[in-house]
Design a protein around this ligand. Structure first.
Ligand code: FDA
Length: 300
């Protein structure tokens, strides 16, 4: 671990909560649904679509899933009633995947049922490799019941090329990202260029197979390669979209939108913002560098 990142992670608990809040406020829409809807409205005005994420993952008690489900149901209603352009992204560990997969399936079904009522798309986020297979299994089951359910594949995982074939076989809608969790070399590429090559191969294979691709990256090299690929394939813009996280790479985001690309911003919100920020930093300390940049770096 880079010594600066190690220092940031170690000293983080000493940083006063208001300071962490001020850094997090760039990446998190706020605590309440109304904060999130206001953020989505602002993004829509800039020409971006959105996806809402209710913060909270890796719960310790099954009772914790109830408020998450209810919040997603409220979010789906608010999206429809507010007439904003947004879908939702859901983490299965927040619905109890690691505690009781059957409970998780039931809770996801409640969210998907509500989404179906509003005709809204539901993306299932991909978490660490201990839950990859079960997440895919639950995705395939959910998609059988409602077509507007999508999944995420992580380019750093060696298995993802095979998973892309499985998902493309059902005409799945896939977000492709590099992958944020720390995974061992036996199952995950570690080299930056290898991950980029895997990323581009996934995007190309999925598009070739007729799948819808969410190209989720802030890496200017990958954005450039994707734009070149899309130009070569002469695909209709309804077949793909770019995706970025709230508060990240805003200059690049604006440039893509100005060029006429469809772009969706991932908008996390909720009371769990503090735990979320701390956990993310501990999981992958390289993000600590972004925190330092957020504190001291120039604002884009
Ligand atoms: P890279 O890491 O090279 O970043 C490029 C540049 O972007 C950096 O130099 C930095 O400036 C900036 N940057 C990137 N991430 C930042 C951050 N968090 N804060 C501040 N600046 C940052 N992962 C996963 O495992 N499962 C998932 O379901 C998702 N879902 C998801 C949705 C969306 C919309 C996005 C954009 C990303 C994800 N991810 C994810 C995260 C993804 O796997 C990856 O870790 C990050 O996007 C960083 O990888 P990049 O491709 O952006 O390249």
């Amino acid at each position: 671990m880079n010594p600066l990142n190690r220092l940031v992670v170690k000293t983080l608990p000493l940083v006063p909560k208001p300071v962490v809040r001020s850094i997090a406020s760039r990446y998190v829409a706020g605590e309440r649904l109304s904060d999130a809807i206001a953020t989505v409205r602002g993004l829509n005005t800039e020409g971006c679509m959105a996806t809402l994420d209710v913060l909270g993952e890796d719960i310790v008690r099954l009772e914790e899933t109830e408020p998450t489900v209810v919040e997603y149901q409220r979010a789906l209603a608010a999206i429809a009633e507010g007439g904003v352009d947004s879908n939702i992204s859901v983490k299965l560990t927040a619905l109890g995947l690691k505690l009781d997969p059957a409970h998780c399936r039931r809770e996801l079904s409640r969210i998907v049922e509500t989404a179906r009522r509003y005709g809204t798309f539901v993306r299932i986020d991909m978490e660490d490799s201990s839950v990859t297979e079960e997440t895919l299994r639950i995705y395939f089951e959910a998609r059988e019941k409602y077509e507007k359910v999508g999944i995420v594949l992580q380019a750093y995982l060696r298995r993802s090329a095979d998973d892309a074939r499985r998902v493309a076989a059902v005409g799945g809608n896939v977000r492709v990202c590099k992958g944020i969790y720390v995974e061992p070399p036996a199952i995950a590429f570690q080299d930056r260029e290898e991950i980029r090559d895997s990323y581009m191969k996934l995007v190309e294979d999925l598009l070739d197979a007729g799948s819808y691709a969410g190209i989720a990256t802030h890496d200017p090299v990958l954005v450039e390669r994707s734009v070149a690929l899309l130009g070569r394939l002469r695909l209709d813009r309804s077949r793909y979209e770019f995706q970025m996280l709230l508060g990240v790479a805003r200059t690049l985001r604006r440039r893509l939108v100005a060029d006429g690309q469809r772009l969706r911003v991932y908008v996390p919100y909720g009371e769990a913002w503090y735990a979320y920020s701390i956990r993310r930093l501990k999981e992958n300390p390289s993000i600590a560098g972004h925190v330092v940049k957020g504190l001291f770096g120039p604002r884009e």
